[in-house]
Ligand binder design. Structure first.
Ligand code: ADP
Ligand code: MG
Length: 383
């Protein structure tokens, strides 16, 4: 067991490379919707070799038929998923390494970024028939924990919350807004429900129920667009015996379905909804400022500029693997939003994060006697 524990600090997970670590950036193209087809839209996105994304727009039908490019750009990402990609493929490429890291006591964060209707919630939550990253990650955690149950004792706890208009709400137990406070584990939402999870089906139901509690508001862009950021946090605690010590390792996986990235200007200017737009942009802006400050090694990281960044403080600044999934529509009617999303995703590729050599680990030396060690093992297995 000692040799296995020693290996922990040496293993790079997901995005570590020779030059340190960086945010991994993926793009997912969704299929054309019926509404887009009925509106006569054409596809303006082409994905080649599972990496390259070509964005083109044609000025007129004649140009289109002649295949003459009027505006266009080429981007390249860690992986780009065409519209035929399954949920399992997206999970396997973007998140499964992070799940392995969480079991080793490292934090991991996955963001879905993109305009309303681009496929963020489908990617994160999915449906009963095609569960998304949130559910597949928990399923994988259950499997991996079961495989390692002879080594120690694990607990998996879930919390699901939203940030809406700079207010934090519990999606699993809706009620009054929650206050944020700092403790030694980072920023916590006081009174947030933590569910100890035992099965994937139970988790899927819980998350779907939670998603129905998300704040939605009609806007001109999309009548049922979600205007809130939803954060699922999965905390895995692993306790094992190493010699005469109890080793506790805690890993946190944050899976985030961000609100639509479309600009406030695209919605109603003089109503409540433009205020929401401003706040949504404020959170997204604060997120990029924090990441940039971390990249530049600044002393002051402006986490306090928004609730979203306050909540993600330990995910962004600690020993954390970070993944961004940029969701896009194929339709030329969404050309502007797609271009914005790809531009932002392209910038995010340059963001460096801390080298991932440490795990959140606590060692409690309790005994040197072999009899007592045997008792400890039995004690852990009981829980
Ligand atoms: P967002 O959360 O970004 O606003 P949604 O995830 O709600 O967007 O997606 C908008 C619509 O497109 C939904 O009806 C969803 O089921 C569908 N959709 C999105 N991505 C896919 C996909 N990869 N395959 C099939 N349907 C998808
Ligand atoms: Mg959504």
């Amino acid at each position: 067991m000692a040799a296995r524990l020693k290996a922990v600090g040496e293993v790079g997970v997901g995005n570590a490379d020779a030059a340190g670590s960086r945010i991994m950036v993926f793009v997912r193209l969704r299929p054309m919707s019926k509404k887009e087809k009925d509106a006569g839209s054409r596809s303006c996105v082409k994905i080649v070799n599972k990496k390259d994304v070509y964005l083109t727009e044609f000025a007129s039908e004649t140009d289109y038929l002649r295949l003459k490019r009027v505006r266009g750009r080429h981007f390249c990402f860690d992986s780009s998923f065409p519209d035929t990609t399954t949920q399992a493929e997206v999970y396997g490429t973007t998140t499964s390494d992070l799940v392995e890291g969480v079991l080793q006591g490292r934090n991991g964060t996955v963001f879905c970024y993109g305009a309303t209707g681009a496929g963020k919630t489908y990617t994160m939550l999915g449906t009963m028939e095609s569960p998304g990253v949130m559910v597949l990650a928990i399923k994988d955690l259950f499997t991996k924990v079961r495989q390692r149950s002879h080594d120690g004792n694990h607990s998996i706890q879930l919390s699901y919350l939203e940030v809406y208009n700079e207010t934090v709400r519990d999606l699993l137990s809706p009620g009054r807004p929650l206050l944020l406070r700092e403790d030694k584990q980072g920023t916590v939402a006081a009174g947030l429900t933590h569910y100890r999870a035992y099965s994937t089906d139970e988790v899927m139901k819980l998350l779907q129920q939670g998603n129905q509690n998300r704040t939605t508001e009609p806007t001109r862009v999309n009548e049922t667009s979600s205007r809130s950021h939803a954060i699922l946090q999965v905390i895995v605690e692993y306790r094992s015996i190493d010699g005469g010590s109890i080793v506790t390792r805690v890993g946190k996986l944050s899976l985030i379905d961000l609100a639509g990235s479309e600009r406030a200007l695209a919605t109603d200017q003089r109503t409540q909804r433009s205020i929401e737009g401003a706040n949504i942009n404020r959170s997204l802006l604060a997120l990029s400022s924090c990441i940039n400050a971390l990249v530049e090694g600044k002393k002051h990281i402006p986490y306090r500029n928004s609730k979203l960044t306050q909540l993600l403080k330990d995910s962004l600044g600690g020993s954390c693997n970070t993944v961004m999934i940029a969701n896009i529509s194929p339709s030329n009617l969404s050309f502007g939003e797609t271009q914005n999303t790809l531009h932002w995703a392209d910038r995010a590729k340059e963001i460096k994060t801390k080298a991932l050599t440490t795990a959140n680990e606590e060692v409690l030396r309790v005994t040197d006697s072999e009899t007592d060690q045997a008792k400890l093992v039995l004690e852990l297995q009981k829980e």
